[in-house]
Design a protein around this ligand. Structure first.
Ligand SMILES: NC(=O)c1ccc[n+]([C@@H]2O[C@H](COP(=O)([O-])OP(=O)(O)OC[C@H]3O[C@@H](n4cnc5c(N)ncnc54)[C@H](OP(=O)(O)O)[C@@H]3O)[C@@H](O)[C@H]2O)c1
Length: 283
């Protein structure tokens, strides 16, 4: 099969097609005939040499894809040859075929075409696992999404609005703020010329639990840590999923204690593979 790799760290010109052996599934694994793969910020960083694949992951680019099941390994019961699916990958999506732990496959949702479905797994898994499973966002609570017009942000706004949360979003231009509002954000701040702490506190000042956001989904890391703590309401949860503003900052534990708040940071890619057996156990 043919696969796309980065021959060295650099721009798009370092991408090259290579011939690789066709993959075959082991127990709990599935091989897909790839229909489409997505372009994530992480793929661009990996191509530039700034985000190496974790130990054991493919050096072929591509963190998600869609396609048709070509072969299933021993113990895989949920999927059959010919099924149309999308997949969350530790790498390997930029290829004609890819090996996937069966627990990392999802059915293509009704009404979504196979090519579009390639862009769902990263955002769906990141947003669901962080905003709902980790931070436990509830209907009626307020979620602040940084980078609301980006890949993660657009999905987070829609999902949180759909479950009845109040959604606040930051973005870098008037046009992008309009996109956030059209997707369900009722509070918006232009991070280039507005202070999102002031905007969110002002918009939520009459809430019964006091002003602020119950959950913050953060892509900026260090650069926003202080202001994210400031904007958190009592019992708020800050979930950091990106380090676009650096990884080292000072944390005021006094603020955290007074607010009875939590700071959590997670990444999808470094997690162990979800084979059929493990996904069944955790279902
Ligand atoms: N931990 C995980 O498992 C995981 C998984 C997937 C993604 N991520 C991370 O999530 C983040 C978003 O990923 P993505 O795929 O959505 O990337 P993307 O589409 O490239 O979006 C990046 C976003 O960053 C925003 N941004 C830039 N500077 C900002 C600032 N100063 N304040 C607020 N927002 C700012 C941009 O806003 P404008 O366009 O409005 O300027 C844009 O919306 C990335 O940091 C990525 O690494 C983490």
């Amino acid at each position: 099969m043919r696969a796309v790799i980065a021959t060295e760290p650099g721009g798009p010109d370092v991408l090259a097609l290579q011939e690789r052996p066709d993959p075959h599934p082991g127990p709990g694994e599935v091989v897909l005939e790839v229909a489409a793969s997505a372009v994530n910020r992480a793929d661009l960083l990996q191509r530039q040499g700034l985000y190496p694949p974790p130990p054991g992951a493919s050096d072929v680019l591509g963190l998600e894809c869609s396609g048709t099941v070509r072969e299933v390994g021993h113990g895989v019961e949920r999927w059959r040859v010919g099924d149309e699916v999308c997949a969350l990958l530790a790498g390997g999506g930029y290829a004609e075929q890819v090996l996937v732990p069966a627990g990392q496959l999802m059915a293509v949702p009704a009404g979504v075409d196979l090519v579009t479905a390639a862009a769902l797994p990263e955002v769906a898994c990141t947003v669901w696992s962080n905003v709902f499973m980790v931070a436990g966002l509830q209907p009626g609570e307020t979620l602040l999404v940084h980078g609301g017009a980006g890949g993660i942000g657009t999905f987070a706004i829609q999902l949180a609005a759909a479950v009845g949360a109040v959604v606040a979003a930051t973005a870098g231009s008037a046009g992008k703020l309009e996109i956030c509002r059209s997707l369900g954000a009722s509070i918006t701040a232009d991070y280039r010329n507005q202070d999102f702490v002031e905007v969110v506190k002002e918009a939520t000042r009459d809430r019964p639990g006091g002003p602020g956001a119950d959950v913050v989904l953060d892509n900026m890391g260090a650069a926003y840590l202080g202001r994210n703590l400031d904007v958190l309401a009592t019992s708020g949860r800050l979930v950091v999923i990106g380090m676009q503003g650096g990884s080292r900052a000072e944390l005021d534990l006094g603020t955290l204690m007074r607010k009875r708040a939590a700071v959590i940071a997670t990444t999808l890619r470094a997690r162990p593979a979800l084979t059929a057996r493990r996904s069944h156990e955790t279902a």
